[in-house]
Design a protein around this ligand. Structure first.
Ligand code: ZN
Length: 420
């Protein structure tokens, strides 16, 4: 797939995936259109050699894999979630002449960029239908229905030097001046638009605010891609497109996990049992399972901090990736990243063979280092693991920025993996 078509698909995927639920649903539909067969965890599995399969958990994490004779898998790990504002169970506050959403931050989000953005709402809703069955469905309002207005500078002269954001009191998005607003009616209207009308009662929901501004190219020569959720839907998309491009006799697996931004410790996060459970069912014989584990590699793809041109002192000057200069290999002596000599060498070898660039990243030694799903997976399963990522600015902002060349470059490296 050429870069133009690849990036067009990326922008569409970003816009269509405001929550991990939507990202998972969109990945599943691409997989089904490419011949992958859906497995359900609660059913008996009858895997056929040469088949292609996928399975989801909580509708927010997904594993897809080919099932060939050989078992030396190239696994690609990524995450479906991004920092955002989620509605609280009692989501409506009415005060000071407006109706507001009560929200709680999910993950380590950069709060300032959430002000003065046109926000919409999406996620999962459960309800009781006319037959007394509990059903779940996804909704996406799409329209801009809310906004968090900034406090004017006249009311806070220190706004540009000292303003901090209180997560409880400052970030409630306002959605109406009409005091009669009823949240249940609003959700019922959304369900009706999805042709769901037999709603006796609404139960729980998991709804997130998101920016309605579409993903787009930015830059004189379309150098950048600006969007929400580049961390880490960018990697999900690269892995998805690569998996769909390989033949069924190539052992490849994609795992896209929820809850990375809050530490991965959940039944659907990378610290949970989803991957181990799936691999065990693929290889029920323990000896065959261990052979697969020790001949496979997990490439954990999460975004990497590109050197910020206005804050260059925040980076190690000799290990600072540039935008559009290739995939970043992440190294940390204290195992915040799982990359070892073996995995790094293999990646360098494949990248060189297909003529694609790569870069190295190390955090400044006097600063803390973030972590990701790589070390968690390595610890749980004993897989050789490599942490990589695509260079990004403004990570965890409501609008992040990546290069227009890097994702396609990583895609070519993943496709080259089998031939080297
Ligand atoms: Zn991430």
């Amino acid at each position: 797939m050429n870069k133009k078509k690849f990036n067009k698909g990326l922008l569409d995927f970003l816009d269509a995936s405001p929550t991990p639920f939507h990202a998972t649903q969109n990945m599943a539909s691409v997989l089904e259109n490419t011949g992958f067969v859906r497995l359900l965890e609660e059913n008996k599995w009858k895997l056929k050699e040469g088949g292609k399969y996928y399975v989801t958990r909580n509708d927010s994490s997904l594993i897809a894999f080919t099932y060939p004779k050989s078992s030396d898998y190239m696994m690609l790990g990524c995450h479906t979630d991004s920092p955002n504002l989620k509605l609280k169970p009692h989501p409506i506050i009415k005060e000071h002449g407006v109706v507001k959403f009560a929200v709680q931050p999910y993950g380590g989000l950069l709060l300032n960029p959430w002000f003065d953005r046109d926000l919409s709402l999406a996620g999962k809703v459960s309800y009781l239908n006319a037959k007394n069955e509990i059903k779940e469905t996804l909704i996406d309002v799409r329209k801009s229905i809310a906004i968090i207005p900034s406090l004017a500078i006249h009311l806070d002269k220190q706004a540009n030097t000292e303003r901090s954001v209180n997560k409880q009191t400052h970030i409630s998005p306002i959605l109406s001046t009409n005091d009669d607003f009823n949240f249940e009616d609003f959700i019922r209207t959304q369900l009706a638009q999805n042709k769901i009308k037999d709603v006796k009662e609404l139960y729980a929901s998991e709804l997130s605010l998101y920016d309605t501004q579409k993903a787009s190219y930015v830059g004189l020569n379309d150098d950048f891609i600006a969007s929400a959720r580049l961390d880490n839907l960018l990697s999900c998309y690269v892995g998805l497109v690569a998996l769909c491009a390989v033949e069924a006799d190539v052992p490849m697996l994609l795992i896209a996990s929820d809850h990375e931004e809050v530490g991965s410790r959940s039944s659907v996060g990378a610290g949970g049992s989803f991957l181990e459970n799936t691999l065990t069912r693929m290889y029920p014989d323990y000896d065959a399972y261990m052979q697969m584990i020790r001949t496979s590699i997990m490439i954990s793809a999460d975004n990497a901090h590109a050197i910020h041109p206005n804050y260059a002192d925040k980076h190690d000057k000799d290990h600072s990736p540039y935008i559009n200069k290739g995939t970043v290999i992440k190294v940390n002596a204290n195992q915040k990243y799982a990359s070892s000599t073996t995995g790094i060498s293999k990646f360098m070898h494949v990248a060189k063979s297909v003529g694609e660039p790569y870069q190295h990243f190390v955090t400044r030694s006097d600063m803390g280092c973030g972590s990701t799903i790589g070390p968690i997976t390595a610890t749980r399963l004993g897989l050789e693991t490599l942490d990589i990522g695509l260079p990004t600015y403004a990570m965890h902002s409501i609008r992040e920025l990546a290069g227009a060349d890097d994702a396609h470059s990583l895609y070519k490296i993943l496709l080259g993996w089998r031939d080297k």
